[in-house]
Design a protein around this ligand. Structure first.
Ligand SMILES: Cc1cc2nc3c(=O)[nH]c(=O)nc-3n(C[C@H](O)[C@H](O)[C@H](O)COP(=O)(O)O)c2cc1C
Ligand code: SF4
Length: 437
């Protein structure tokens, strides 16, 4: 089957975000069929059979997640769309919300029918002002046209959708942190279980799905599970948005089949490594993923292949680094981010992210010692798997892989009085001259 773009097909058109444009290209026809004619259980089975895997980072099977929501509960059920998109290197959900917001709304309607939900919230990161405006415009259009609200699309069902803007915290992308924030409290993650499907927002069963996950639903209904599974690898198929940033000639968001070779993505779609330089490293799945060396880049961009390569597809944020990159400086940057974004509830994360930033910072700034390399790995061991949410792991994975795979850069910075960039900025400094907190 030839691949055609489903999530971002007409994004060059000026009016691609409008209801008129969406409907004139067949939009809402699948929601109409599912709301009027299909049974919730059949929809869940269809999504299970299509092997749709969550696009938010963990790759959990979407249909399986929906089936956890108790049917017998007399509490209201909610859908909360994760539009926080704060993982460094990730800019795919924003494209859908700005350019194709009705596709997300159609996916929301299908999910609501499958799980018997009448209220959906879209939790969008605060910085996405334009995307939030575009979403609100689309929601207003959909209410006016009888697509949302009471008697959606003449089906007798009602679905209300509300946009909720966050306040710019990475941790509010973690699902339980997001739900707590939506309730009006500080966005701090909670221990699971209970999982949101059983006890989520306002203590009620809640489906949490990523924007891109939901945007896949109309297409699954259109072509069926078997044809969907034929797009890319069977265990994690479908169209996929890959975000390529860093040292490439043509950075951007590319819609391609799941499983595209990483080198094809970089060389053919993103224009190759810039300025004629050589590839040094790639983070394939957002900054929380283990980094790959150039030699490890012959890998397919799908969940199983990247897991087998010791990293992850994550949010599909592909960050490319050329051979001029100092991995010590790059890691300081990442560690500063995770330290800043830790919510501080768990000691291994609150203290560990602080220590990682401090140690890598001193290596970069001329105060490093050889024992620091072991110390970084030791701190990481005390973080991974020992906290309420996965932010601690997300900080430890790049630290572990940068230090192990690019040890030469770290040793050079320790032996030569700091990273090349730091020494350039401080030519008269000798190792030990740097001050830092
Ligand atoms: C620290 C952290 C940040 C996260 N940020 C996001 C995010 O910005 N967007 C997102 O969809 N999922 C994010 N997730 C994953 C969510 O917790 C959740 O798994 C996801 O929204 C589920 O949707 P899906 O099954 O459709 O992928 C994050 C997880 C962690 C641990
Ligand atoms: S792991 Fe970090 S971010 Fe997650 S709950 Fe614990 S302290 Fe907060």
């Amino acid at each position: 089957m030839t691949f055609r773009k489903i999530l971002t097909p007409h994004i060059a058109e000026d009016d691609c975000h409008t209801l008129n444009f969406y409907q004139s290209n067949g939009g809402y026809s699948q929601a109409k069929i599912s709301l009027k004619e299909q049974q919730p259980d059949d929809l869940i089975e269809l999504v299970k059979a299509a092997n749709l895997r969550g696009r938010g980072g963990a790759g959990f099977p979407t249909g399986v997640k929906w089936s956890f929501v108790p049917k017998s509960s007399d509490k209201p059920k909610y859908l909360v769309v994760n539009a926080d998109e704060s993982e460094p290197g990730t800019f795919k959900d924003r494209v859908i919300m700005e350019k194709n917001p009705h596709l997300l709304l159609e996916g929301i309607l299908i999910c609501c029918k499958a799980v018997n939900i009448q209220t959906a919230y879209i939790y969008i990161r605060g910085e996405f002002v334009f995307a939030a405006q575009r979403l609100q415009q689309a929601i207003d259009e959909a209410y006016d046209a009888g697509i949302l609200g009471n008697d959606c699309l003449g089906s007798g069902l009602s679905v209300d959708v509300t946009v909720h803007r966050g306040a710019g915290a990475y941790i509010c992308g973690e699902e339980t942190g997001m739900l707590t924030s939506l309730e009006g409290d500080r966005g701090q993650p909670k221990l699971k279980p209970p999982f949101p499907a059983i006890e989520g927002v306002f203590g009620c069963p809640t489906v949490v799905n990523n924007v891109e996950t939901l945007a896949n639903l109309p297409y699954i209904l259109e072509i069926g599970a078997e044809a969907y599974c034929a797009i890319g690898p069977e265990k994690s198929p479908g169209p996929k948005l890959f975000c390529v940033s860093g040292h490439v000639e043509n950075p951007g968001t590319f819609e391609l089949p799941m499983g595209i070779p990483l080198r094809t993505l970089i060389d053919e779609h993103a224009g190759g490594v810039w300025k004629g330089r050589k590839l040094k490293a790639v983070i394939p799945g957002g900054s929380s993923a283990h980094v790959l060396t150039a030699e490890e880049c012959d890998v397919a961009m799908d969940i199983e292949s990247l897991t087998a390569a010791g990293t992850m597809l994550g949010s599909a944020g592909v960050i490319v680094m050329d051979d001029s990159t100092c991995m010590v400086d790059a890691l300081v940057n990442l560690m500063r981010f995770y330290h800043h974004e830790s919510c501080g509830q768990c000691t291994p994360c609150r203290e560990g992210t602080g220590w990682l930033e401090k140690i890598v910072h001193r290596i970069a700034h001329g105060d490093g010692r050889m024992e620091d390399l072991e110390l970084v790995l030791d701190v990481c061991d005390r973080m991974v798997g020992k906290t309420i949410c996965a932010l601690a792991d997300a900080a430890a994975f790049p630290a572990q892989s940068f230090v192990t795979k690019f040890q030469d850069d770290f040793v050079a910075a320790i032996q030569n009085g700091g990273s090349p960039a730091w020494k350039k900025r401080h030519p008269s400094a000798v190792g030990g001259a740097a001050t830092h907190g």
